[in-house]
Design a protein around this ligand. Sequence first.
Ligand SMILES: NC(=O)c1ccc[n+]([C@@H]2O[C@H](COP(=O)([O-])OP(=O)(O)OC[C@H]3O[C@@H](n4cnc5c(N)ncnc54)[C@H](O)[C@@H]3O)[C@@H](O)[C@H]2O)c1
Length: 302
Amino acid sequence: MKSNEISRRKFVKVAASGTAAFTILPSFTVSGLGYVAPSDKLHIAAVGCGGEAAFDIDRLVNSPKKNAVISCLCDVDDRMAAPRIKEYPKAPFYHDWREMFEKEHNNFDAVTVAIPDHNHAVVGLAAMQLQKHLYLQKPLTHDIYEARILTEASEKYKVVTQMGDQGASCDGMRTLREWIEADVLGEIEKVYCWTDRPVWPQGISWPSERPPVPKELNWDLWLGTAKETPYINNLVPFNWRGWWRFGTGALGDFEGSTLFIGSKGKAACGWDGPNMRITNFEQANQFVKREYREGWGSLKVL
Ligand SMILES: NC(=O)c1ccc[n+]([C@@H]2O[C@H](COP(=O)([O-])OP(=O)(O)OC[C@H]3O[C@@H](n4cnc5c(N)ncnc54)[C@H](O)[C@@H]3O)[C@@H](O)[C@H]2O)c1
């Protein structure tokens, strides 16, 4: 909890005890003066600090309400984390999100997660089990099974959830959807989507060189749920997308942003809801359920 501000819990406790020697103003009165009332602040834990996470943190903090506070940060790579640590010096920094959740859970209300796909589900489920609201980057999960578990969890824990999908939220996509909803295009039979993906190494064999793990990177934590794998150069950041055990290839990287409009469009046209079928995709079964590495258990909604 930040020392220079009244925490929400403390504020409520003091107010309720009747010993508060001040008048509690409604939050709109305070915000009219350019301040955000403590009760209106949203304390956020960030899992991932570099890449997309850096944008997400920035967008949260600079959202129009100006009510987001970054309470704690987590990243497995000190090189990627350094700029955010500098920007938020009061936010405790962790390498392991499990430790951060254990030690800081009283200090945040919501979690933002922008890390490689293979660890989305474990972090997302743990956050919801702590009754934290969740902003989790696309693709929601690595496996279909994980997506079902997260759906079940969000219903059980009744937290606010949002998948980050900036690609599908842009003006062009919204305009297209409005056209479909207004029936400007008539009956749609097929939706074609194009992407420049992959823009990372794909379809190559696992390199045989065994370079040392950079001292700033905790490789074990980066692997998380993924099968034991030796470190290779140029896999992190970003390029992990081309390997199934970590990423979901071009389909997972861009389907949510482009084909999404097709499924929404069909639903909007009064068809039976999303009805996408991906054909000729031989590896689809690899997305159903994968074994987690020893020590990472399995996902369960408790
Ligand atoms: N919505 C969008 O438009 C959009 C755009 C880009 C990426 N993404 C998504 O964001 C996620 C991250 O992609 P990226 O390109 O930023 O990847 P990246 O590899 O460039 O960055 C990932 C960051 O998370 C950190 N990290 C990795 N494992 C971690 C762990 N277990 N705990 C804490 N930190 C960890 C890395 O060190 C790095 O800072 C992906 O799932 C991707 O699909 C979404």
